[in-house]
Ligand binder design. Structure first.
Ligand code: UGY
Ligand code: MN
Length: 242
């Protein structure tokens, strides 16, 4: 038996072949696959959510956790506790502030990746507002001047947000321009294409559907290979003093 999944102290590669479902209280016809979590040493959780029927629902209580969701396939509706109902199509994203209960509704075609972590308040700033949109409407920018490695920044650059959710798209042969080593942690989902991810001193072939955890200071680098662009969605904690 073989898997590409690797769990190291400071990074992990989780290939889809090892996914095991979890059932959670208040969820109906919905399955969570907890891909990354504090149980592995991460400060965030990354959960893949699928639905077994057209009336699937997953509820999240109001507590100190903030959530950012990305609709990989199909569509979803998010009912917020104040009565607001937000419909999201494929590539839709939403940030839900802490202390906000919500229910995610989907159907058999819906696949959602959710990032969840404890919000870090800043004594001088209020809570970050709820925001949603479509990634396909968000302009991409060359990363550090590299036209063939482009970044979409889904959430506003606003210090009330203590996290960033971005999509990085590389043309075949393009690379992360240097080996990054930084205090920020990453949770990552390969959305399309394939490439080689360097994590610490190891080089891993990766492809769409793979998830990666990079602990703070995990040296990291990526090169896109193959005939089609490679893209990944990723989480990053930002805007707080260490
Ligand atoms: O935003 C980032 O730190 C990003 N350049 N990291 C990465 O793609 N591994
Ligand atoms: Mn990085």
């Amino acid at each position: 038996m073989h898997t590409r999944t690797v769990l190291a102290d400071r990074h992990a590669l989780i290939a889809p072949d090892g996914h095991v479902p979890s059932a959670f209280p208040g969820w109906e016809n919905a399955t969570g696959f907890v891909i990354l979590s504090p149980a592995m040493g991460a400060d965030l959780s990354q959960i893949l959510i699928t639905f077994e029927s057209n009336e699937g629902s997953a509820t999240f209580p109001a507590d100190e956790h903030e959530h950012a969701l990305y609709i990989e396939t199909g569509s979803a509706t998010i009912d917020i506790e104040d009565g607001e109902s937000i419909a999201l199509a494929t590539t839709g994203f939403i940030f839900i502030p802490p202390y906000t209960a919500f229910t995610l509704h989907g159907d058999e075609s819906t696949r959602v990746t959710l990032f969840r972590k404890v919000y870090e308040p800043d004594p001088n700033l209020g809570l970050p507002p709820l925001i949603h949109g479509l990634a396909s409407d968000v302009p991409d920018e060359p990363f550090l001047g590299h036209e063939r490695a482009r970044l979409q920044t889904l959430l506003p650059i606003d210090p009330r947000y203590d996290l960033a959710i971005n999509i990085f798209t590389y043309q075949p042969g393009a690379t992360l321009p240097f080996v990054e080593t930084h205090i920020m942690e990453h949770g990552l989902l390969m959305l399309s294409g394939q490439g080689i991810y360097r994590l610490e001193n190891a080089y891993y072939p990766v492809e769409a559907g793979d998830a990666i955890w990079m602990a703070p200071y995990c040296p990291q680098w990526f090169a896109a290979i193959g005939d089609t662009p490679a893209s990944y969605l990723y989480y990053k904690n930002v805007h707080r003093l260490p």
